[in-house]
Design a protein around this ligand. Structure first.
Ligand code: ARG
Length: 251
């Protein structure tokens, strides 16, 4: 009996008998539940127990315009889309690149920025794809950077870390020779580390978008409308300039 109960609970957790909240249900509750990682500065990070960053400010501004309060949830990057499909929150904003593989599992909004994966290294380290040959390269697990470095011929070793900030620490400590991450994340790190890190080449480009549970078209429509309002009324430009000193929208 006990075993049967446990099995049922496990199955419910895995398949999620509940449905994603519709736009109407979210609106009626007055609060939208948004998930991010909180360890990808300056896009999403923690300041004490508070989430902050470009994506957090943008999502908060969008929610405000939609007349909603926000409840933030933080999850390891690798769990974010799984939790979305298990209905633990309404949408995810955590710098997910739009890939065909992810698009099979979730629905993506219009992109909220355009970027690419770039190399960061210590002065004198490898700055081009060709120079990664035989080198130890670090990337965050579950990312498009991992997929991309796997395609670079002749890499010595690929080391994966739970958080992108762990990869930077590994690079600083000399445990890897190169770190592949978002070009804006890399730029920030290079600035903050004053002379200890340099940015190398862009390895690939990607569009970054928010994710809703597959089929949640009502919510997706509202998010896209809120994003396009933020893009046209100056909200997006203001937030982007605060974090990057430039407008990082897709052009
Ligand atoms: N843009 C990359 C990807 O799509 C990395 C995203 C990492 N995000 C994060 N919150 N750590 O995989």
């Amino acid at each position: 009996m006990k075993r049967a109960l446990l099995t049922l609970t496990a199955l419910t957790l895995l398949t999620g008998t509940a449905h994603a909240r519709t736009w109407e249900a979210i609106k009626a509750s007055g609060t939208i539940k948004i998930a991010t990682e909180g360890a990808f500065p300056p896009f999403n990070m923690l300041k004490g127990t508070q989430v902050t960053g470009f994506e957090v400010d943008l999502a908060n501004a969008m929610a405000k315009r939609l007349g909603l309060k926000v409840q933030w949830v933080t999850q390891p990057f690798d769990n974010l889309l799984i939790g979305l499909n298990a209905d633990r929150y309404d949408f995810v904003i955590a710098s997910h690149g739009v890939t065909p593989e992810r698009a099979k599992a979730v629905d993506f909004s219009q992109p909220h920025y355009c970027t690419g994966g770039a190399i960061v290294t210590r002065p004198g380290g490898p700055t081009t794809a060709a120079a990664l040959k035989g080198q130890k390269v670090g990337v965050q697990v579950g990312t498009s950077y991992l997929t991309s470095v796997r395609k670079v011929a002749g890499i010595g070793e690929i080391k994966t870390y739970p958080k992108d900030t762990d990869v930077m620490a590994a690079l600083m400590a000399g445990r890897v020779n190169a770190w592949v991450s978002d070009r804006f994340v890399g730029l920030e790190a290079v600035k903050a580390q004053k002379g200890k890190l340099v940015q190398g080449d862009l390895l690939f480009k990607e569009q970054i978008a928010m994710a809703v549970k597959k089929g949640n078209s009502g919510l997706l429509k509202e998010l896209n409308a809120a994003l396009s309002r933020a893009l046209s009324d100056g909200t997006y430009a203001r937030i982007s300039n605060t974090y990057f000193g430039q407008d990082i929208r897709c052009k």
